[in-house]
Design a protein around this ligand. Structure first.
Ligand code: GDP
Ligand code: MG
Length: 465
């Protein structure tokens, strides 16, 4: 939906008196407490109707006997909270009911709320959407709310919380201001050519562009840290057939995710498990054994090997597994050690290793760890080594990082447009590219308005005079 469209709908919302929404904010099912939230113009009326009393003081938990307003039947003894607009999560009037988390209790409260004039159940994400529409959150913060709810690892939680604090949104808004200011110089140059404007408007427009490109390029060149912390670092387990790759995946996952068999070529497709590796989210993939083309038995295995190679190439970290009981490593597995980002693993050390202890510390210059996927020996050290690798490559510092492909795509578009603007010979073309760049940045935070630009034009014009 375009910005203008949402403005239009907002106006309609006011004219048609926006409906009040309600939803349970806690997870469904049995729990100690369930929190029901109501947002909209009728939130106060709903609170009064259910508690049978006046509105409690704002933002203070107040005990109340909750009754169905239609039947007078008792629902529960609970706490009520009242957040009058605009100092609420959504920016609207908000009421909260903290009740006992039994399913019947929650259902009774929801039924009573549904019976109140002007109330309807919220759509998924509707509270956050209203917060966004009322300027309580920008889009990056709204995304952070979703990420925080989904966070499964400590690193994901920390990153989402930082994004929710608005650091990322402020960074992008700041850049957008710079881009708009350059544009404002040009707009003034176009709109008032005959007026007594400062002569250097066009060069003034150009000044801010190069530093902006530098800052954005540095921000983009982050090794995709934010995205990996959020979506999981991609780890591929590769190696020759039968060395114990599937056994290793199962050992790391703590369950039988992949089929293990003494038959070479058992694993044919890529099998993924999501793991928490020492506080970092990781997607670990088990792959088909890398066999020489001549040894591949059929078309399915050939496809499996192709996928395995692809996965190995795309992985952030490759665990290359070798069998400690067979002879010197060779072939495709050795090649997989090349190109950095690999970790060698010598498996089956519970059996009599043929590869001597000297080999156990490194293979072809890559650090190697001796393990047994069967007994679990050495697994802790492997997990620690993986955690250290992830921390070294992806741990983010204090500066805000982009966390989604959506941010990256918009920023790349923006940098391209700024580069074009920087080298543009005609002010008209420069303005066109700056408009494009500003819009791309605005898409990330959800602020996409032409009016903003006009406001700035006016402000700069007045200053210029
Ligand atoms: N003794 C021993 N056997 C293992 C170990 N890891 C795997 N195996 C066995 O090696 C065979 C091949 O294992 P699998 O995980 O399917 O290997 P993949 O083909 O590399 O996926 C199976 O019979 C496993 O039980 C280990 O650490 N010790
Ligand atoms: Mg396998």
């Amino acid at each position: 939906m375009s910005w203008k469209m949402s403005r239009f709908k907002d106006c309609f919302g006011i004219v048609m008196n926006k409906r009040t929404i309600f939803a349970v904010a806690t997870a469904h099912g049995r729990a100690g407490i369930a929190v029901h939230r109501v947002s909209g113009p009728a939130a106060g009326a709903a609170l009064r109707a259910l508690s049978g009393a006046g509105l409690p003081p704002p933002r203070r938990a107040t005990r109340a006997r909750l009754r169905d307003p239609a039947t007078g039947e008792d629902i529960d003894d609970g706490l009520c909270l009242w957040f009058p607009a605009p100092a609420s999560m959504t920016g609207e009037d908000v009421a909260e009911f903290h009740i006992h988390g039994g399913q019947a209790t929650s259902a009774a409260l929801a039924a009573s709320l549904a019976g109140i004039e002007g109330l309807r159940p919220a759509e998924p994400g509707e509270f956050t959407r209203r917060a966004f529409e009322n300027g309580k959150l920008d889009l990056t913060a709204a995304e952070a709310v979703a990420d925080l709810v989904d966070a499964e690892t400590a690193a994901q939680r920390r990153q989402a919380l930082r994004q929710l604090d608005g650091a990322l949104g402020r960074l992008y808004d700041g850049w957008r201001q710079v881009s708009m200011r350059s544009l404002a110089h040009l707009e003034a140059h176009f709109d008032f050519p005959d007026e007594d404007l400062p002569p250097d408007l066009v060069s003034g427009a150009r000044v801010g562009i190069a530093p902006l490109i530098t800052a954005m390029a540095a921000h983009l060149d982050d090794g995709a840290s934010g995205e990996r912390i959020r979506d999981g670092v991609r780890i591929a387990i590769v190696g020759a057939p039968n060395v114990g790759k599937s056994s290793l995946l199962n050992a790391l996952a703590g369950r039988d995710a992949a089929i293990v068999a003494a038959t070479a070529g058992t694993t044919r497709d890529v099998i993924e498990v999501h793991l928490d590796l020492g506080g970092y989210a990781a997607v670990v993939a088990d792959t088909a054994g890398l066999r020489e083309p001549g040894d591949v038995v059929d078309a399915v295995e050939r496809e499996g090997v192709r996928r395995a190679r692809l996965r190995a190439e795309q992985a952030d970290i490759r665990i290359v597994v070798f069998d400690a009981t067979s002879g010197a490593p060779s072939g495709a597995a050795l090649e997989a050690l090349d190109g950095g980002h690999a970790l060698a693993v010598l498996n089956k050390i519970d059996l009599r290793p043929v590869l001597g202890p000297a080999l156990a510390t490194e293979i072809a210059g890559v650090p190697a760890l001796a393990i047994s996927a069967l007994t679990g020996a050495g697994l802790d050290r492997l997990v620690e080594a993986l955690r250290a690798r992830i921390a070294e490559r992806f741990a983010v510092g204090e500066a805000p990082v982009l966390t989604r492909a959506r941010h990256r795509a918009a920023l790349e578009e923006c940098v391209d447009a700024l580069r074009r603007a920087d080298s543009a010979t005609l002010p008209e073309l420069m303005a066109e590219d700056l408009r494009f760049a500003t819009r791309a940045l605005g898409r990330i935070t959800g602020r996409v308005g032409v009016e903003d630009i006009l406001d700035l034009v006016f402000a700069d014009f007045c200053i210029g005079k």
